[in-house]
Write a protein that binds this ligand. Sequence first.
Ligand code: CA
Length: 219
Amino acid sequence: MVEDEPRLRDVIARTLRAEGYEVDAEGDGAAGFERAVTGAYDLLLLDLMLPTMSGLEISMRLRRRSVKTPILMLTARDAVDDRVAGLDAGGDDYLVKPFAFAELLARLRALLRRGQTGQPDNVLKVEDLVLDRVRREAVRGDRRTELTAREFALLEYLMRSAGRVLTRDQIIMAVWPNDFDGGSNVVDTYIHYLRDKIDKPPAKPLLRTVRGVGYVLGR
Ligand code: CA
């Protein structure tokens, strides 16, 4: 991991170690590059804004030297241009700060799996619903809808858990960062927004309410 913010670096390292990963952490871009260029790692967690060498630069240099370690980028800015620049520079996935640790761990596992299979993961699909993770759009039939950051995070979580009933508490833990205090009806509100965007007739409803429990998408 290359992350210059000491508190974030420590909490990520501690969380990952608690999950059983071995972690080497650097706070400086050039030092991080020197370690990563050895190719000795299964995954590189890379902050973009770093002293001495930016995350984009590290990523480009590694790819130029044919180091194929999967890269998960951490970015403070949530704009299509930044995400595209990160992926163009050789990043495999990105996570926008602040993020929920459940999501960091899920992305990490997905990247490690992909490292074994070579499967791209920028498009998610459940039945006829497609989520474009780069453009942050949901596509259903010929209807293409842009999503807000929160709608996107919620839909992505539902799609990755397709067919599984999720409780409101599970959804809050996965989608809303730690500072959340708005009560569980915020989930219902956002489900309502999503239905309006992806489940409008004549499309067959994909998002089902399971009375007294929560929600499930698909199957
Ligand atoms: Ca930084």
